[in-house]
Each structure stands twice: as structure tokens, then as C-alpha cells.
Design a protein around this ligand. Sequence first.
Ligand code: SAM
Ligand code: SF4
Ligand code: F3S
Length: 441
Amino acid sequence: MPTVYIKTFGCQMNDYDSGKMRAQLAADGFTPAEEPEDADLVIVNTCSIREKPEQKLHSFLGTVLPQKKVRPVTVAIAGCVAQMAGKELYAKYPKVDLVFGPDAVHRVREMVAESKVRRVLDVDFFGEDTYPFPTDVDPRSDGVAGFVTIQKGCDNKCTFCIVPSTRGIEVSRPAGEVVDEVRALVDRGVTEVTLIGQNVNSYGLKATSAGNPQPTFAELLRSVHEVPGLEILRYTTSHPRDVGDDLVACYRDLPKLADHLHLPVQSGSNRVLRRMKRFYTREVYLDVVSRLRAARPSLVLTTDVISGFPGETDADFDETLTLLETVRFQGSFSFIFSPRPGTPALRLLEEVVPHGVASERLQRFQAIQRKIQVEEHKKLVGETLRVLVDGPSAHDEGVMCGRTSSFKTVNFPALDGVARGSWVNVVVGAAYANTLRGTLA
Ligand code: SAM
Ligand code: SF4
Ligand code: F3S
């Protein structure tokens, strides 16, 4: 039996694509290898969102390519760096057998077969009417949680972001396929499903040559919510500009819709938001938050923030800090701005923020974020939380881990009879910045 090892960097889209490749290759007899050294085929699925993840490709190849001297192994570069710089990578690494972008994932079997006779480079994009969403289910999706793509690409043009050029134009996946894949996951025992896309709220809104046969995102949520056996419905990522009243109403009407929403804000300053071309203001963002909280008072919000966007002043960043304190996000991913090739923000680079300044801002943000998380988590001590059991802790067999609908990780002592995928009630005894600890009620 041939074996495949896939190293995945980047976001859920890449995780999902890696799963689709595993599923398709399984049809040719490939089984997953635990280590690259044991695999006949090694695929590195790359991310180019910032410079750092992009560099990981080169260090990974540095460990894999020397193996070609001692054994036959096929090596492929996939994902967003391949899409962005495919031709350069193909020329730079003559020992790499395949280079292909995200739009070629559905062709992985064909390309691997072709690579036996010649090197393969495929970085073509599909048109919106012909985009093939692979339907095979990742053989590894036997856990409690699973992902289902509802959309590919992105039509926004946030000036810092490389995704539109690595993932191409936005295409919504037919709703029937989305619901079918959710059903297939639930049949395998998955109870928590996350619908993924770069801008899920714009699902189905784009006029297509066939008119507009898609439901809206809110309608799609309602259909998926009906799938029997599904317990928690999540989605990511949503853009604050497109949170309409129909989506807000879902938080009032759909009990399986998670008590958590990741709503990236990027900056609290209107001047910076304008230069990022995010198309909302701080006031619009705060209004979205208050409408959501009116519909679902228990909703927990998390966000993404960038520090050191070109031209950002201390006063601008102070507005990001006051926004954090106003909304009281309970988690965030925060990044130092990283200039990306071909993005419009490169034109603003004469106003570059020195790395030291951006880093100091980030640290101030993260300190406040941590303080808020501890404060919010302390409020839960003594409360009984409903927890979906994920399984034993990776560090301690005697500890079970689970998640609340609000995406809090809760640890509790393992007990016989508490199975993965079941719901338990846990009384919170201790609160930390990133986790809660408790005992079974
Ligand atoms: N589509 C999502 C949205 O609109 O918020 C996010 C997509 S991106 C994969 C995830 C996060 O990476 C962004 O929210 C942003 O904070 C960060 N990011 C993207 N480009 C960046 C850059 N050039 N430098 C630093 N952070 C960046
Ligand atoms: Fe990038 Fe903006 Fe699209 Fe998100 S919405 S993927 S940040 S261009
Ligand atoms: Fe990275 Fe591509 Fe995702 S750039 S964050 S893997 S869409």
C-alpha cells in the first residue's frame, strides 16, 4: 500500500483541502503515514498570509528533499505559496515533482499519476461556473468536530491581504452539496460542524450567469441546522460589513448555532480601516455587536487584529485598544503587519511602522486581551457548563477535554463511561486565560 504524508500550514481552508486530498488519494490505495520519512508521497500544503508561514515551506523542504537521495519519494508543493509563486518554486526546486495551487486539489490523483512520467505544474484558476468542489470526505474526519466548505476564494480586496490572489474569485458551493456533506460527517459521528469560507456572509449573494440559484447565508444556516444529529453549528470567517438582520435573527432562532462568533475587526481606527479597505467603521462594527448581543445575550466574541499597518499612529492603535475594552473580546489572533507581494498596501509602505513599534503595540494589546480573558473566565467559577467531550488530554490521560458551545476549553478528571462526543455538565472550579477546569456535576 502506498503512503502519503501531508504537512499542512495555514488556515482551515488548507486543513480542509488536505483532508480532501487524503480522501481522493485513498481511492488509489494511499494510506496516511505518521512521519514524512515513512511516506511514498509527501505533500506540503502551504500558506502565504504572512512572511513567517511562507518561510516554513523552505525549512520543511530542507528536511524532506535530502531523502530523495536514499529512497524514492514523490514531493509536492500545494496551497497558497504554490499558487502565488508556482513558477519560481518549480524552477528553484528541480527535485520537487509537483507544484499546484488550491484550485487543482480535485485533480490530485491525476497529477500524482502524471508525476511518475514528468514534473507537474498546475496553478490555473477555474471560472465560477465550473469550479469543482470535491465531495469526498476526509478519512480522518471521525472526530467530534468537522469542517465543510461553503465557498472558495474572496472578492474583497482588503489592502493587506494576499488571499484574493492565492484563492481566486469567490464561488459559493451549491447548498445541496453543503447539506449532504454535513449529513455525511454526522453519519460518521461528527456532532459539531464548522462551515468555512473567507467571507461566509456573502454566500449566495453574487449574481451568476445562471441567475442567482443560491440561498443566502442565513437561509443556508437554517437548512444545515435541520440536519438530524448535528449538535453545534459554527462558521468562519464572517466579515463585519455583511452581518445583516437575517443573520442576526439566526442567533435568536437557532439553538444549535454556537454561542461564539469570530468577527475579525483588524483595527479600531476609522482612518486605518479606510486604508485597509474594510468598508465598515468602528461605529458600524459596534452596532453589529450590539444587534448580535440583543439577539443572543450570551454570545462570546473573538477577533483578529493587525498592528503596525502602514501609517498607523499610536493614537490609531489606542482606538484598537479601546475597542477591545468596549467589546471585551474573549480571544483574539493578533499579528504584526507583514507586507505581501502584489497587495495594494505595498503602495503605502513609505509610511512603514518600525517593527519595534508594531511589536510593542501588539504586546500591549495582548496583555489587555489576557487580562479580559482571565476576568471573564473568573465569572464562570461555580457555574455549571454544558460541555461536549472531545477526548483525553494529549498531555495527561487522566484528564478529559471538552468544549462549550461558546468555544471554551474545559478540562475535568476522566471518569469511566464519559465517552467522546457525549455531553456532560461540568462545575467550573478554576479559571485561566485559555482554559477552565472543573469537575463533573
Ligand atoms: N477572511 C478573513 C477576514 O476577512 O477577516 C480573514 C482571513 S486571513 C486568512 C486571517 C487573518 O490574517 C486576517 O484576519 C488578518 O488579521 C491576518 N492577516 C492577513 N493578511 C495579513 C498581513 N499581510 N499581515 C498581517 N496579518 C495579516
Ligand atoms: Fe483577505 Fe479581506 Fe478576503 Fe478576508 S475578506 S480573505 S482579509 S481580502
Ligand atoms: Fe494561508 Fe491561504 Fe489560508 S494564505 S491563511 S492558507 S487561504
